[in-house]
Ligand binder design. Sequence first.
Ligand code: SF4
Ligand code: SF4
Length: 430
Amino acid sequence: MKELLYPPVLHWEVTPECNHNCIHCYNYWRKEPEKKNESIKDHLAIAKKIVERHPVSVVVTGGEPLIVFEAIKASLRLLRDNGISISVNTNAALVTEEIAEFMAKLKISAFVSLPCCEPSICDGITNVTNSLPKISKGIKLLLDAGVRVSVNMVVSKRNIDYIYDTAKFAKEVLGLESFFASRVSKPINSDTEFCKELLSKEDVQKLQKDLIRIAKDFNMRVATAGPMPVCSLTEDETFQKFAFTRNCTAGKISYSIDYSGNIKACAREVQIYGNILTDNFSDVWSRMKYWRDETFLPAECKECNVKQSCKGGCRLDAFPHTGTRNALDPMADVSNIPIKFVKKMDSKQMKMEQTFIVPKTIQFIQEGFGWRVNVGSKFMYITDELKQHLSNCTEFCINEFMQKFDVDYQTTNDLINLLVDNRIIFMRKE
Ligand code: SF4
Ligand code: SF4
């Protein structure tokens, strides 16, 4: 397959500074404080380069992005004016009515770090007094303004027993509909003292089961922010829920830019491959080829029957311990391979006369091997013929599609299911 010209997902670290000092963050372990950049011009210069790279979505991250909110406002506007979806990773403690309204107006979503529903544990993680009421207030301001909010609980030994209660708090006190719980990782600059915070394999299985219970009890959408090695899923129920839902995207479909424009494969990576302000992007992207081939796949994964989909879990989780990117994900359990579970696909059998709507907001970008199509932050890759079809009609039915492309029902049904699942087209309700 040809190299991507326009990787669809970009993480932009707009500042290294944060108002919290979470123990699981690299900031906590930093020896020297880093300076924030409050220059509107500098941020705009990077934003203009980002626009030239045509990402589908930009995840604005930090540090705490809202620390430099005034400096990045114009950049966020520029990204939105160019049809780019934006999500902000934030602790929400600095949210004001003005910020919430700005985000709502630009349809920017928020991914909020919610450490724990128990105030003393929350403060112990953030190292800020009264952090939970401040986070909660920020979330409520965002929701009141109409911002789409999801929360993520980074789970360590400190809060592992509070996953269920924190989700309950998110649902019943904050009014949220989705909940993420993600295992803690060792910050790259932390010392061995941090290891006592890390979860065991059994802890991660508890996390998986807690999320399933939360989904059932509170009718919440649940997920983890990072990938789970498929061999860490030891029961069919957790396998069906989490297997192949997330894998490592670094250097494959995503990359990261820091506040100086330096390009990395992942926000957690230390190696810099170039700079978006000064370097030719194709050259930078090709320097990241090792993230796309099997160079960083752990030796233990090479014979695994699901390696193409699992991709070996997180490529950087073991890095702070081993100094190598091809070390086995600490949560992987290779005694469970070959994987014995099979993912059940719930492909719907559509009626021949079922009509599908192509939304007006559909966007296309030409790649070397076809087209990328996206609606909002959802995207997929399609052929020239399908691109022509989707750009020339506002709605169509299965029957018409089969005749136009001279394909059988099953092929059409599978393709339409993919387009619907990826939210590129929508079923018209009868
Ligand atoms: S052995 Fe490697 S590729 Fe296979 S499931 Fe485990 S982590 Fe994933
Ligand atoms: S290296 Fe780990 S943190 Fe980075 S994108 Fe891959 S899975 Fe995510």
